[in-house]
Ligand binder design. Structure first.
Ligand SMILES: [Zn+2]
Length: 257
């Protein structure tokens, strides 16, 4: 695949081409520096259908494989685009991507601000999602301390997270550390308790009230929420391939069960 690392401009151009050729609806959420941050939705989502898939990438600008993997996955036109509603946020933090930093142009970690309606981007993201409910929400991230792939899962419908990791582990093995960022993992998987009050408590106690996208989506818009992480020191093409495989596994689960 042709990818250009931290070139957010090229990434967004290719998304615009894809959106117009695929008949996707585009919603400008906010401007970040000279770049637009937009949401895309297929016709089923625009028609107000519920269920289906939400995917975002590029919340942290120093994690550059996920936005390219998401683009490549979408350019291959998965069959689920015809079968169910799909919403994609191609790149939440284009300035961070260009500058190779976790934070956005205001020095904020967006992933601790998804409750923060004082940010125009978040306020319009929340209102874009207002009437939407998804079967699965996926957030794609990377971790420079990790040596393998890992996954946070919050789910109401069984627990497919292990199966999703299985589908990627021949590309990049699972993280072997039992503790990542202070949380206990088992074989690369952390399954959060799905009770809303417990999740709100985690946000208050461990994250200083800063709401991550995955928890906001689970509490408001998704039955199941997954945050997939690859080790960002590893070869870029392998990381892109792993994220793409993850999305393929989620698509297959949604379309075939
Ligand atoms: Zn991240």
């Amino acid at each position: 695949m042709e990818y250009s690392g931290h070139d957010a401009g090229r990434l967004l151009e290719r998304w615009k081409e894809l959106a117009s050729s695929g008949g996707w609806g585009t919603c400008l959420l906010a401007e970040a520096g000279e770049y637009p941050v937009f949401a895309l939705q297929n016709k089923r989502s625009a028609a107000g259908e519920t269920g289906g898939l939400y995917v975002s990438a590029g919340v942290h600008g120093d994690e550059c494989a996920p936005p390219w993997a998401l683009l490549q996955w979408a350019e291959n036109l998965p069959s689920l685009f015809d079968e169910m509603p799909v919403v994609i946020i191609p790149c939440f933090n284009p300035v961070g991507l260009i500058e190779n930093t976790r934070l956005n142009e205001e020095g904020l970690d967006l992933n601790r601000n998804f409750q923060n309606q004082n940010l125009p981007l978040i306020a319009s993201w929340q209102s874009f999602l207002e009437e939407k409910q998804f079967m699965i929400a996926v957030n794609l991230h990377e971790d420079y301390d990790a040596t393998g792939i890992y996954l946070y899962e919050i789910s109401k419908d069984g627990s497919p997270g292990d199966r999703f990791l299985n589908s990627c582990q021949d590309l990049i093995p699972r993280e072997t550390a039992s503790s990542v960022d202070g949380s206990e993992f088992e074989n690369g998987l952390l399954i959060h308790d799905d009770k809303a009050e417990d999740l709100r408590q985690i946000v208050e106690d461990d994250l200083g009230g800063g709401m991550p996208e995955a928890i906001y989506l689970y509490l408001n818009h998704a039955r199941n929420s997954f945050t997939f992480e690859t080790p960002s020191e590893m070869d870029m093409l392998r990381r892109i391939a792993a994220h793409q495989r993850f999305l393929e596994a989620v698509s297959e689960y949604l379309t075939k069960g």
